[in-house]
Design a binder for this molecule. Sequence first.
Ligand SMILES: [Cu+2]
Length: 170
Amino acid sequence: MKTKKLALYTGIAAIVIGAGATTLALQADESAQPSASLTESEEAGQTITIYKSPNCGCCQSWAEHLATNGFDTRIVETDNLNEIKQQHGVPRDMASCHTALVDDLVIEGHVPANDILAYLEDPQFNTAGLSVPGMPHGTPGMETGRKDDYQVIAFNANGQQQVFREHKDY
Ligand SMILES: [Cu+2]
């Protein structure tokens, strides 16, 4: 009787140890997965360089909106934004609070991330830049509770402008 019981206990102990080993193996697998997918999304992200004044809160919120939507944001703080706008050919009537670059493409003001991505998928109008002139309420980074209609304008190097996207009743 005694030896039978002992054999039974040993058997249970072996099963418990076996299960423990399986659990450990599973945990190792799980911890490997998230880091792998993080690397993938970082690689897929489009790099955007954002020139903004150090005190601009809505510029910071817009940068966060881009980061949330998969952009790899690089922020350059400057007090000389007018010079940056001139360097990159932003027309006066297209100007807003911040100026950004995706490669050579200028992104001026609170342009939604999805509109930038849509343009990059299908470039058109010989565009030098996309702009939301001024700072309309309701644009990404300008969530004030009020939602004004606004347009995303594509401008080219000759000063020509076309409406790229319209946002109404959103
Ligand atoms: Cu702003």
